[in-house]
Design a protein around this ligand. Structure first.
Ligand SMILES: *[C@@H]1O[C@H](CO)[C@@H](O)[C@H](O)[C@H]1NC(C)=O
Ligand SMILES: *[C@@H]1O[C@H](CO)[C@@H](O)[C@H](O)[C@H]1NC(C)=O
Ligand SMILES: *[C@@H]1O[C@H](CO)[C@@H](O)[C@H](O)[C@H]1NC(C)=O
Ligand SMILES: *[C@@H]1O[C@H](CO)[C@@H](O)[C@H](O)[C@H]1NC(C)=O
Length: 296
């Protein structure tokens, strides 16, 4: 059900809203943190899937039988600067008394669970209470008076429906322009999350899944190019009057053909999942980039 049929790529609609009482600066010191490459780092992953109680079945690749672990050991290294390592305690401290909302689909949930695990690992003594619901799940961290909300709804489009995606984005952009007070709220838009069903995009023309992939693509370039949905997104973001920061994770995620659950996801071998991401994994880096955007 999650595999996009025909068009072979999934578009994620993912927005992060932070309701804040403080002035949050944005921008990452003029360095393009989204251009770089993946490097092996023996200190990774940042948490272990067996010790994080919040990972749902579909993202827990190790528990679902995936035996290789190399994919957990890559760190994103921007070409021209270094990222600050994620610090869960510091993240919670900065978010004290504030609210954060993830608005999006199952990929948004993917990133949200990753963030909870990273925080849990950084501050296990904080009494985390997770209330799961549909469409709203809430994480409360009482010691920090901090709420975490996710609204999930499926939003998969194939290429022939790019126009529908654009209409949805424009509607969203209008909502932001008329409802967001930039003095109180900071909005991030998470780019497009790529899937890997078309081997031509990584020089394996006969391959139609990510199943045997165990390593990232070296270097900074993805042969498949940029997904058309990303140009639609950038075009719509330009029309916004309110400041919205794009966390442009598309290219760095495209390089991670090894990071998907494949047959170790929600439906086993019958439902090849090359859209979502194993936890720990790629979405941890999205959160590290979010953290860097918040502290810069
Ligand atoms: C990034 O970190 C490496 C290793 O710690 C260091 O050699 C390099 O100079 C740093 N680069 C920048 C741009 O700060
Ligand atoms: C954790 O939070 C729950 C719900 O708010 C509460 O019932 C429980 O007593 C708390 N536990 C600790 C150790 O603070
Ligand atoms: C936001 O704050 C600035 C400076 O404090 C103020 O001039 C401006 O009117 C405020 N905007 C809104 C929408 O309240
Ligand atoms: C797979 O990718 C190649 C190269 O980017 C492209 O030409 C081809 O149309 C794609 N196939 C499908 C089924 O989307």
């Amino acid at each position: 059900m999650m595999r996009p049929c025909g068009g072979i790529f999934a578009v994620v609609f993912l927005m992060i809203i932070i309701i804040t009482s403080k002035k949050l600066v944005s921008g990452v010191d003029g360095c393009d943190v989204f251009t770089g490459s993946w490097v092996f780092d023996k200190t990774y992953p940042l948490y272990d899937s067996s010790t994080c109680p919040f990972i749902e079945h579909e993202f827990n690749c190790q528990r679902n039988g995936r035996t290789d672990r190399l994919y957990e050991k890559y760190r994103w290294r921007p070409s021209r600067c270094n990222l600050t390592r994620f610090n869960g305690g510091d993240f919670l401290e900065r978010m004290r008394g504030q609210k954060m909302m993830f608005v999006g689909d199952s990929l948004s949930k993917n990133q949200w669970e990753s963030l909870i695990c990273m925080l849990y690992h950084g501050a296990p003594q904080a009494n985390f209470t997770l209330t799961r619901g549909d469409p709203l799940s809430t994480l409360t961290v009482p010691n920090f008076r901090w709420d975490y909300i996710q609204i999930g709804h499926k939003f998969y489009k194939d290429m022939s429906r790019l126009a529908a995606f654009e209409i949805a984005l424009v509607t969203w952009a209008r909502w932001v322009d008329s409802n967001i007070d930039p003095n109180k709220t900071k909005v991030f838009f998470q780019g497009i999350s790529p899937s890997h069903y078309n081997g031509s995009e990584w020089n394996k023309p006969n391959v139609k899944t990510c199943l045997v992939e165990k390593e990232p693509i070296p270097g900074s370039r993805y042969a498949g190019g940029s997904p058309p949905a990303l140009s639609v997104l950038k075009k719509v973001l330009k029309t916004l009057r309110k400041p919205v920061q794009l966390l442009d994770v598309t290219t760095l995620s495209q390089l991670r053909k090894d990071g998907h659950p494949s047959m170790y996801g929600f439906g086993g071998p019958k439902a090849m999942d090359c859209s979502h991401w194993c936890l720990p994994g790629v979405t941890d880096t999205w959160n590290q980039l979010l953290y860097n955007a918040l502290i810069s």
